[in-house]
Design a protein. Structure first.
Length: 376
């Protein structure tokens, strides 16, 4: 499988209260210093063909279009396309998009756009701490189409405090009406140490229970399937030929290399993650030294359990024959008690040579998938 490249650009014009990613307020001097450190880290990496490049954040388009273009050219030289067209994605906040950004992106090879929308309802946008308007989103999609960006995706969040079935349906309808190629829907997660965690401690009734969240998830599945989107992973829906290849590489347990503060990698059976301390990262990368962080080598049944967990999140599920060939383990036999339990509960099913979540099983994916990791 081709290598995936992830680049973390951690600066934001403002900090959303639900976010716990490695991020900092945008400061031009610090952002320039970071870009120099990032280039130094990439220069020392072993060159290898890659199938995908993905800019995440933070807010990648807090950087100017020409800065992104220069970095992309460097990455493409270091990690040339493995075969055919190289999928190159950038995440953007819609209100920060400049009129000439997309022409610069297309010229350097960026062909996929992921727009951080979260909601089309102004009150929910405000609750999430975002600054865009629904009109900003429409403008960005139009600019992307004019620039001939091949694939346009947007993110939505459900279970937002104050959200209703009607307001969630409105956001889905607006997304569908824009004709985007890909839609990701994420249930709100209240992360430790965020302002949202403190809000929930003060006012737990403001946040949805699991049953209410499941109702909104079901609305998303039904509406997006009706609109012609395939649910190819628990949170992701795509029109034909517009799945996210970068994320599919993750779900197939493929290898990827992460660059930047807090970035994760998976190479040669070892998972590693860079420090989330910006100063430590800048010092090490700037000096051409290994980036401090943590690493874990996955082997044996632990590696198999994690691979099963990831694969079950996808529509293809676990290809039993392929898993036996790759890992030397008969998943159905090794995990027979887990499989039997969730089959009887109607959450798992056999489909030919595959083990997949049922439609009902998608609502309990974390429990089902996690059982394969903890089973001994």
């Amino acid at each position: 499988m081709p290598l995936g490249i992830y680049v973390h650009l951690p600066f934001c014009p403002y900090i959303c209260p639900y976010c716990d990613f490695a991020k900092w307020p945008m400061r031009r001097t610090r952002a320039t210093e970071y870009l120099e450190a990032l280039r130094a880290e990439i220069t020392l990496a072993s060159s290898r063909p890659a199938g995908t490049i993905f800019y995440g954040g933070g807010t990648p388009n807090a950087y100017e279009g020409d800065e992104i273009a220069a970095l992309t050219r460097m990455l493409r030289e270091r990690f040339p396309a493995s075969a055919g067209e190289q999928e190159i994605t950038i995440e953007v906040n819609p209100e920060l998009v400049r009129d000439d950004d997309f022409s610069r992106y297309v010229a350097c090879g960026i062909n996929r756009l992921s727009i951080g929308v979260q909601s089309f309802v102004p009150s929910e946008i405000a609750t999430l701490g975002r600054k865009h308007t629904p009109q900003d989103v429409s403008r960005v999609v139009e600019l992307a189409r004019e620039a001939k960006i091949r694939s346009v995706s947007l993110d939505l969040i459900f279970a937002v405090p104050g959200q209703t079935a009607q307001s969630w349906t409105h956001s889905l309808e607006r997304a569908v009406a824009l004709g985007v190629d890909h839609i990701s829907t994420y249930g709100l997660t209240v992360e430790e140490g965020t302002p949202y965690e403190r809000w929930r401690e003060r006012e737990p009734a403001a946040f949805m229970n699991d049953a209410a969240e499941a109702d909104l998830y079901e609305i998303a599945i039904e509406r997006l399937e009706q609109a012609g989107y395939e649910q190819y992973e628990i949170s992701n829906f795509a029109r034909p030929e517009h799945r996210c290849a970068h994320n599919e590489n993750y779900w197939r347990n493929g290898e990827y290399a992460g660059f930047g503060v807090g970035a994760a990698s998976y190479r040669d059976g070892e998972r590693s993650v860079h420090t989330r301390d910006l100063e430590v990262y800048l010092t090490a990368a700037g000096a051409g030294q290994p980036i401090p962080g943590e690493a874990e080598r996955l082997s044996g049944i632990k590696a198999v359990g994690e691979a099963v967990m990831i694969a079950l999140r996808t529509a293809q599920g676990v290809a039993l024959g392929e898993f036996k060939e790759r890992y030397g383990v008969d998943v159905a036999e090794r995990y027979a008690p887990v499989v039997a339990r969730y089959e009887s509960d109607g959450l798992l099913e056999r489909s030919g040579d595959r083990l997949v979540l049922t439609r009902r099983g998608r609502f309990f994916a974390n429990d089902v998938c996690g059982a394969f990791v903890t089973f001994e």
